[in-house]
Design a protein around this ligand. Structure first.
Ligand code: CO
Length: 134
């Protein structure tokens, strides 16, 4: 069911510093920082030839990555995002297989303007998984 790796998301307390690491130390192409108040994060994308890295910094109260950064003060890999052709078919399959979808369990528009769901890490080797309809 899952297709391409769309991105790996890395949470950080200091987006500017993380951006410098990817741009200046690693020599990657990075986008500008985009505040996403609806999602409680500010994002920068690192554009790689075969995928993207999404750098995430908390924005505002109740950021979905605040708890993660409490547990991982130095930052770390927050989730991986796989592409699916049909988000509703993917949700149906995940429910049939007994996987836990976080939140309401229904797709919502994600930080990239496309429908997404998140799968609970307890069912996936401790990794939070985002499924995005490509
Ligand atoms: Co993501």
């Amino acid at each position: 069911m899952i297709g391409r790796l769309n991105h790996v998301a890395i949470a950080t307390r200091d987006l500017a510093a993380a951006t410098r690491i990817y741009r200046d130390t690693l020599g990657a192409t990075v986008t500008g920082a985009v505040p996403q108040p609806d999602h409680g994060v500010t994002t920068v994308f690192v554009e790689l030839p075969n995928t993207k890295i999404e750098l995430l910094e908390p924005l505002g109260e109740n950021s979905p990555i605040a708890k993660f950064l409490q547990k991982n003060p130095g930052g770390g890999i927050h989730h991986v995002c796989y592409e699916v052709d049909d988000i509703h078919a993917a949700v149906k399959q995940m429910k049939e297989k007994g996987a836990t979808i976080t939140g309401s369990g229904e797709p919502r528009i994600g930080a990239h303007g496309k429908p997404v769901v998140f799968l609970h890490p307890k069912d996936f080797n401790g990794t939070l998984i985002e499924l995005e309809q490509a």
